[in-house]
Design a protein around this ligand. Structure first.
Ligand code: MN
Length: 294
């Protein structure tokens, strides 16, 4: 009998979707769900989940046009389909299936995000996650940077003789480390489990922790059952979580140390004060985020 279980606070079904631009059909689990709000999953500020969506072929790639960000990091995870991006610092690239882009917006960047050209032309199943990871006040104006993380770069902790595994993006798991560097303690994993496989996790009691079922269905702590597209929010009553795949499953696992600082957010900016939000708009209007063609 384990007395150190991190128990389930809620199993949340996906909220109704909305469109981001014309290319991203997303369910926003937070900050919009009151159960989580602005700080309930801190340091994670936003979770936009693009559940499986059959994108019809299109000659013009759909997506979201030029827009700024400041004060946080965007983590884009492509599960199905490919995402192309361009930014005002001259960076561009494609996030392939299974790959991740970890972008530190920091002081500011302009970028655009689209379906990759060939994917767009052929159409197909599209499934992506975009997470916003907040930055501590002292790093909000850090220079922008990218960490393109290909699937092959992710550390894999094998379970079941390799039929199941935990893929490490950031943080630590059983003494292994994920490739992403972060500004505060963050654990981000994909658990890819064969039917019947189990995976155990142990996170600091105070960390905010959650899981998103990308595929399949899981049983948590031998009690709750979460189907595909559901988000599991955990309490702060213990450390240990065990999940069991009731079918072949993919689960995004998030846990991090909360940033105990005020949050002022508006549109594409996440800062600490209203004055900093005003400043961000002023800088944006004065061209201080650089230039990027539409
Ligand atoms: Mn963006």
């Amino acid at each position: 009998m384990n007395n150190n279980i991190k128990s389930i606070e809620a199993i949340l079904p996906p909220p109704h979707f909305h469109m981001v631009g014309d290319g991203f059909r997303v369910h926003n689990f937070f900050p919009s769900l009151p159960k989580i709000g602005l700080a309930g999953m801190s340091p994670f500020f936003l979770l936009d989940y693009g559940s499986k969506w059959l994108v019809p072929p299109s000659g013009t790639p759909k997506g979201v046009g030029v827009h700024p960000h400041r004060g946080f990091e965007t983590v884009t995870i492509a599960y199905h389909g490919k995402v192309a991006h361009h930014d005002s610092a001259g960076n561009s690239g494609v996030i392939g299936e299974g790959d991740i882009q970890w972008m530190t917006a920091g002081a500011g960047v302009l970028h655009k995000e689209y379906h990759e050209e060939e994917f767009s032309r052929k159409g197909g199943i599209f499934q992506v996650v975009q997470l916003w990871v907040n930055l501590p006040a002292r790093y909000k104006m850090t220079p922008s940077k990218y960490q393109p993380i290909e699937n092959k770069d992710m550390t894999k902790f094998l379970l079941d003789g390799g039929k199941s595994f935990v893929e490490l993006i950031a943080g630590e798991y059983n003494g292994m480390k994920g490739p992403a560097s972060t500004f505060s303690p963050v654990n981000l994993f994909n658990a890819k489990l064969d039917r019947g496989a189990k995976a155990g996790f142990s996170f600091n009691k105070n960390y905010n922790s959650g899981m998103l079922v990308i595929e399949g269905e899981i049983k948590i702590n031998n009690s709750g059952i979460a189907p595909e597209n559901h988000f599991i929010l955990f309490r702060h009553d213990g450390e240990d979580i065990v999940i069991e795949a009731l079918e072949k499953s993919v689960v995004l696992v998030l846990s991090g140390e909360p940033i105990h600082e005020p949050i002022a957010s508006y549109g594409p900016f996440v800062m600490n004060t209203e004055a900093e939000i005003k400043q961000a708009y002023e800088d944006y209007n004065n061209g201080k985020f650089g230039y990027l063609e539409d």
